[in-house]
Design a protein around this ligand. Sequence first.
Ligand code: SF4
Length: 344
Amino acid sequence: MSRKVKIGEVTIGGGEKIAVQSMTTKPTKNADECIEQINELHERGCDIVRVAVPDEESARAIEKIKANTKLPIVADIHFDYKLALICIENGIDKIRINPGNIGSEERAGMVAKAAREKKIPIRIGVNGGSLEKELLAKYGGATPEAMLESAKRHIEILNKYDFDDIVISLKASSVKKTIEAYRLASQAFDYPLHLGVTEAGTSELGIVKSSIGIGSLLADGIGDTIRVSLTDNPIYEVDAGRNILKALGYYEGIEVVSCPTCARCRINLIDIAKKVNEAVKNINKPLKVAVMGCVVNGPGEAKDADIGIAGGDGCAVMFKHGEIVGKIPENEVIDRLLAEIEKI
Ligand code: SF4
């Protein structure tokens, strides 16, 4: 099992709840816009949010952003150790930086010392697309083994400066390479792993790639925090992350199961299922709710659901654990189902 790492008020690793992360797209230096987006992601169910820190103005904006948001915030920093130091001074909760890429070990040591004093963890983010040249030559490309060695090098630098509060990610745009790299990392280290498939693309393919990559690893018990990267509004990254956790039974919310419909269905099930899904999204009850197309097969097929409806002709029946408990006109199906869920 991985060790625990605390990021603000959220603890990851060591069997803690798997945290869903996302990243803002608004410029961090425009603190007000960034705050608005972070709070929107929070409301959507995001657990940890990362912000890009490309310049000093952005690093200084962290203070205001922290004062006006509740989510733990991770600063994404490339190459410039001074930005990391400013973020640490300004109350950041975690830094994502690769200590081997900031010019000298001495600089890495300064970041490690400042982070240790404030109990701020560091994520080492290995990316298959930006591996060290000598590792690419040694392994003949960005192989999972090359990614693992890169991670080891960065870890060694931090360890040398007595820093061990580390989270690791090893993202590649290839789903198979990503899975393999994380499997190797889970055997090599006990640091918590932040899972993600990088450059996954727009929602349609990106969600599929991330679900396979992140999902396969989580199903094997690997991974402590996840980010679905999408070329889209980050609220959809949060939705997709939560849905991956739901699909694997890691999320304590309502799971809605619904049938694909067939010629036996006589109600507008697609519309009902979509509306029920939307309505229960933020209800934190560990329930399974079934939305089924017909009475012939619905209650039986979904008998493990706590509650559900099955379509009839212009009406539906409500059932609980497979037993029919009442009949409802079609236009009242959603309201009545939600009212029953509320009572449970
Ligand atoms: S539950 Fe009924 S409507 Fe839905 S797929 Fe099965 S048989 Fe068809």
